[in-house]
Design a protein around this ligand. Sequence first.
Ligand code: DOR
Length: 394
Amino acid sequence: MELLIKNGRIVDWSQDFNGDIYINNGKIVEIGENLDKSCSTIDAKGSIVLPSFLDLHSHFREPGFTNKEDIYSGSGAAVRGGYTMVNLMANTDPVCSDMDTINYVLDKVKEVGLIDAHQVASITNNLAGDDLTHLDKLDSKVKMISDDGRDIMNSKVMLEAMVKAGKSGRIVICHSEEHSLTSVDTRLAENTMAWRNITLAQFTGCPVHMAHVSTKETMEYIIQAKNKGHNLSCEVTPHHIALVDNDYSVNPPIRTESDVDFLIKSIKEGWVDAIATDHAPHTIEDKKRGAPGISGIETAFAVCYTSLVKKGHITLSKLSELMSRNPAYIMGVNKGQIKIGYDGDIVLVDTDKGYTICSSEFKSKGKNTPFDGASVYGRIKKTIKGGKVVFSRE
Ligand code: DOR
């Protein structure tokens, strides 16, 4: 399949110019000006042409919680948000602790055919916090492990998990939260466990990715560890950089202005590796019962473009680095850049006309968002995967 994208403003982490992209057999094969091909052509005049986004942190809830989301609705939501790859968390039912469940998810993602995915395996068997024996039975498709949402309270178990992960070349994703402290102070709960997780990572040498960093202190611990040369990466979410002092239920909670300022300063200084959505769809009933989470994959780019690029904190190239190039690098895939030989995964966006976020239009089953009614810039017009249009707004 061939596709020519013409006359767009092409932007990725390292370039920003007007031109054309020619995709053949799923890959970018030519980039330039005035390309002439007799194949299906998209006129991208007036649009910004970016590599599509990759999400390091998504919950698609299948198997088990398909009333909140399933792979079909999650994939549809992803492409509507400009994403063509997601890293799915393991808190499903059954939990993604074995290859049967993991292969079920990956086969279903392929069958739906809109996006690519990695499935994260749980660190402890069934997220129970203790048993690690299942880790030896996972195959090489599993690149990352995490007990996201729970973390691991027993430090010896986390230490052993990091030793195992280090030996098998897997990354441990840490949701940092000391549960015995959550009811005392959520910030203390995050900071305490972030420090522990980083300390264990330094002790074991295991590659660790710190999920949804929300406090200034956690970011400071990460900066200290990176300064010492440790193999550590981290993500922030759109909601933790766009909202302040908001009590919408999400875990970790929305923090204060000084936290947000520090996270943005850390983005600018290059300490933050990625922006990940923590897309966590819930039903209206579950949300009323206090379930934490934001259905965020359809609004992530616009929220970030509006609060980071439009406000002049960072360039669009830097945003592309955080949403495409670096997550692709962390996931070890040939995506996230507009470069010959890379996957032809592209997104066309309109950054000129503002629009209002309307959760009832979401493809996700989860309409839970604090951004409903917000005025933003950065609407996704088309999402292309391997040269095939998988989402088009018209
Ligand atoms: O807000 C959240 N929701 N944070 C998490 O860590 C888990 C997630 C979920 O699964 O709903």
